[in-house]
Each structure stands twice: as structure tokens, then as C-alpha cells.
Design a protein around this ligand. Structure first.
Ligand SMILES: C[S@@+](CC[C@H](N)C(=O)[O-])C[C@H]1O[C@@H](n2cnc3c(N)ncnc32)[C@H](O)[C@@H]1O
Length: 249
């Protein structure tokens, strides 16, 4: 699949414009961004030089802000190929941009990663982006993430990691859909409801769904070590992995 084919503009329309509703639809996702920020901060706290963080799918800046605000010893390159989303991040984060703590790239993740030198960044961080990718595109993104990390560098992703147990996963998704109806009908946002349901069909489709065991195996196959899934809450979880030290490569 080419990078162009992967771009399906899911965040260009109503979802992108009404993205702040996500906090009501999925309070857990805001917590996950916070957790990604905390995890990056633990590495920033012990780094001798400011950490160079590459963020995949910065969106409206929720996760970027969580990263920037939890430790000062870092800079972020925030990548997102959807202007409707990234323009909101540019507004929300203008003070950080003015201090050169954050820069933005409007390319798709794979194109952007391919332009970054090998072994040049400390952390690749992301929230709720990789699950949107098709499996083959995600594999390429993970391989490129490993390439750009320095030895000992960290991959940190808070995301939708589907449960291995399919029936339990389906029940959680059904509860999620019921929640969308309750919140969005209450707010009379039927257009947003329609778009989130359509979006969910893409997330849950066989060539997109990031099921726990195969997602961790994908990281291992790329060459990551110390791969951990933690903080599972329903279909959300934090996954961390490390690029091996040079003598292990
Ligand atoms: C669900 S949002 C998450 C945004 C933010 N991290 C958060 O937690 O709110 C996913 C973002 O990934 C972006 N995205 C999707 N596919 C992408 C790709 N191939 N390259 C770069 N960004 C992509 C979308 O435009 C969207 O802004």
C-alpha cells in the first residue's frame, strides 16, 4: 500500500472539527494521553541532553501538550497529515512553538519518518494514531520508528489495543457504541454520531484492528525489546518498547 492510499481523511471532516467531544465520548483517551506524557517525562528526567521526541499523529495537540507540560527537558516534532487537526494543535500550542519546544510536520507518518536520520531521536511517542493505520502500513511505521531511535531509545504508544478474547472485546465495543448514542443524542450531535460509528467500523476492520498479541509480536519482529503492555482499561492500553543497545543489534 502506498502512503497516499493509506490517507483516508478520516479526521478531515466532522470528527476533526468536533474532536473536543472526544473527552465526553472517551474520558479514558484523555487519561491515556496524560500517561504517555508521564512516561516520556520519566525518561526526560534522567536525560543529560534535552530528549528529542517524535510524535506520530499529534492531532489537535492533546497528547503533545501532555508531553510538553510534564517535563521541560525535551522538544517534540509533532507529525500529522490532517490539516484540520494539526491547525488546531498549532493554535493550542503556539506558546510552546514560540519557545521552539514543538515543531510541526504535515506529512504522513511514514513519509515523515523516512526523512529523519537513523539513530537520531530518543523517543517515538503516540496516542490513538497507530490503530488507524492498516496493518501493513503500521509495520512499516514501526520499522522506521526503530530505525530513527538511538540505541536504548523508547517507543511509547497509548492506544486502542484490542483484546485477544474476541467476544469480550466485542462486548466492550458494543458498550462503547451505546455510550456514543447516549452522549451524542443528548447533545443533538447526530452528524458526529454518524461519523464516529463509521470511523469505528474502520478501526475494527480485519486489516486495521491492533489485537494485543499480534501488535506486540509486530514490535518484536521489527527488532524492539523489553516490550510491555500496561495500564489496560477496556480497549485502551499503554505499550512501551526499547531499541536494543548497539551490542544487541
Ligand atoms: C485519534 S487522533 C489522535 C490525536 C491525539 N494524539 C490525541 O490523542 O488526541 C489520530 C490522529 O492521527 C492522524 N493520522 C492518521 N493517519 C495518519 C498518518 N498516516 N500519518 C500522520 N498522521 C495520521 C489523524 O489526522 C489524527 O489527527
Amino acid at each position: 500500500m502506498t502512503t497516499e492510499q493509506n490517507y483516508d481523511a478520516l479526521f478531515a471532516g466532522v470528527i476533526g472539527q468536533e474532536y473536543q467531544l472526544l473527552k465526553l465520548l472517551s474520558p479514558l483517551s484523555a487519561q491515556m494521553s496524560h500517561l504517555v506524557g508521564c512516561t516520556v517525562a520519566t525518561h526526560a528526567a534522567i536525560a543529560e541532553q534535552p530528549l528529542q521526541v517524535v510524535e506520530l499523529g499529534g492531532g489537535t495537540g492533546i497528547t503533545t501538550l501532555a508531553i510538553l507540560s510534564q517535563h521541560d527537558n525535551l522538544t517534540v516534532l509533532s507529525i500529522d497529515n490532517e490539516p484540520v487537526m494539526q491547525n488546531q494543535a498549532k493554535q493550542h500550542l503556539h506558546a510552546w512553538f514560540a519557545q521552539q519546544k514543538v515543531t510541526f510536520c504535515g506529512d504522513d507518518a511514514l513519509t515523515a519518518l523516512r526523512a529523519i536520520p537513523t539513530a537520531s531521536v530518543d523517543v517515538v511517542a503516540s496516542a490513538y494514531t497507530l490503530h488507524n493505520f492498516s496493518d501493513d502500513y503500521r509495520a512499516l511505521v514501526i520499522t522506521e520508528s526503530l530505525r530513527i531511535l538511538k540505541a536504548g531509545g523508547h517507543f511509547i504508544n497509548g492506544d486502542r489495543y484490542a483484546l485477544d478474547e474476541v467476544s469480550r472485546h466485542t462486548r466492550l465495543i458494543q458498550e462503547e457504541v451505546s455510550g456514543y448514542f447516549k452522549v451524542l443524542i443528548g447533545l443533538q450531535k447526530l452528524d458526529v454520531l454518524e461519523h464516529w460509528i463509521v470511523h469505528l467500523f474502520s478501526d475494527e476492520s480485519a486489516n486495521h484492528i491492533m489485537r494485543e498479541t499480534s501488535a506486540l509480536a509486530q514490535l518484536k519482529a521489527a527488532g524492539f525489546v523489553d516490550i510491555k503492555l500496561s495500564h489496560r482499561q477496556q480497549v485502551n492500553a499503554l505499550v512501551t518498547a526499547v531499541k536494543p543497545a548497539l551490542d544487541m543489534l
